[in-house]
Design a binder for this molecule. Structure first.
Ligand code: MRU
Length: 346
């Protein structure tokens, strides 16, 4: 089953907030609900939120009562803005919405309003289908970097749940496993929302890939002990110079990998590469509700004192000097990234 899919005139999404305890698929009928679901992380992961926003825009088309294509486009503009602002860091969100708006704008003279509504839905479906194909291509390129017997550290969740299907970094691991390579995965638990411990571990169980969950602060220990051969992570936005914004904690993992000579590979669809940003310090970084940090419980008790304050930075930027190579659907890109990334973004 896909993470995000269109069925019976509704958008359906697996609710990732409650996995692995409960598996539930929710239905969405309006673009505002979809934007809220992205903000609340019912759906998460850069490619998955891009696809969700695309279907959200299709829903906005059906919500509009406009009879003319110019009226429909006028109604879509604010809906596009609402969807794009649901989360700031993953560029896939704006990329997906802009792609659909561009297609709709180009066809507005040649179609009726209803035909344009259908066209937007078809384009959203196309984008979702392409995501799966892109992931499989990235997985083939990335799997070639994995040797039989490798132990790999993986951060956050980059699997089928973070995409429409298959995954980015976890998709690479999955493909290498299917090729018969024996792999062990150390799963960073990924505080505070625990995408690793909850979602990546749940996926690896299903694929039959051996893994152990480690607290995020354990990665350095295993890297220094020589127990890890590679690190694979995803990215929410990669700048033109190869700086990689990904889930908070990725930077510390990259530092420890670099210090111990362990290759560090972000797996990045071209839709995640933002050539308009020269370097990673320009990437907008999401800060989420401190309650996600403060609400953690230990042995049934809230960890933090009642009046405690917290900061909940959701992403960090790994400088390109710590990145060994970037895996894309168009091949593995090596430094200098400011030169070589340009040639793979079509
Ligand atoms: O906050 P999340 O769970 O949406 O963050 C997801 C990640 O950081 C992933 O690594 C990233 O989206 C790229 S992989 C699909």
């Amino acid at each position: 089953m896909r993470t995000v899919f269109w069925e019976n005139n509704e958008l359906k999404m697996i609710d990732q907030r409650i996995l692995p305890g409960r598996f539930e698929v929710r239905s969405y009928h309006g673009h505002k609900e979809v934007a809220q679901a992205i903000t609340d992380m019912v759906v998460r992961g850069a490619p998955a939120i891009g696809a969700a926003a695309a279907f959200g825009l299709a829903l906005a088309g059906f919500e509009s009562a406009a009879n003319s294509t110019s009226g429909l486009l006028a109604d879509l503009e604010p809906a596009a803005a609402v969807l794009k602002s649901a989360r700031p860091t993953a560029v896939n969100l704006a990329w997906a919405v802009d792609r659909l708006m561009t297609v709709a704008g180009k066809m507005k003279e040649e179609r009726s309003a209803d035909q344009l509504r259908q066209l937007i839905l078809d384009e959203a479906q196309k984008l979702a289908d392409e995501d799966v194909k892109i992931n499989k291509r990235m997985a083939e390129h990335g799997a070639a970097l994995i040797n039989d017997g490798d132990t790999i550290i993986h951060h956050c969740n980059t699997g089928a749940l973070a995409t429409v299907d298959w995954g980015t970094a976890l998709g690479v691991i999955r493909t290498a496993h299917e090729q018969g390579k024996r792999i062990h995965v150390f799963v960073d638990e990924t505080r505070p929302r625990l995408q690793g411990a909850r979602l990546t571990a749940w996926e690896l169980e299903q694929y039959g890939i051996p893994y152990e969950i480690i607290s995020d602060n354990t990665a350095g220990y295993f890297l220094k002990a020589g127990k890890v051969q590679k690190c694979f992570v995803g990215s929410d936005r990669t700048a033109a110079n190869g700086d990689v914004a990904n889930k908070i904690g990725t930077y510390m993992l990259a530092l420890a990998a670099f210090d111990n000579g362990v290759p560090f590979y972000p797996v990045v669809p071209a839709s995640t590469i933002d050539l308009s940003l020269a370097h990673g310090d320009l990437i907008p970084i999401e800060e989420r509700n401190p309650q996600e940090v403060l609400g953690l419980e230990f042995e049934g008790q809230r960890v933090a004192p009642q009046n405690a304050k917290a900061r909940n930075i959701a992403f960090d930027v790994t400088p390109h000097r710590l990145v060994t190579a970037i895996v894309t659907e168009n091949g593995v890109v090596y430094p200098p990234f400011d030169v070589n990334l340009k040639s793979i973004v079509k």
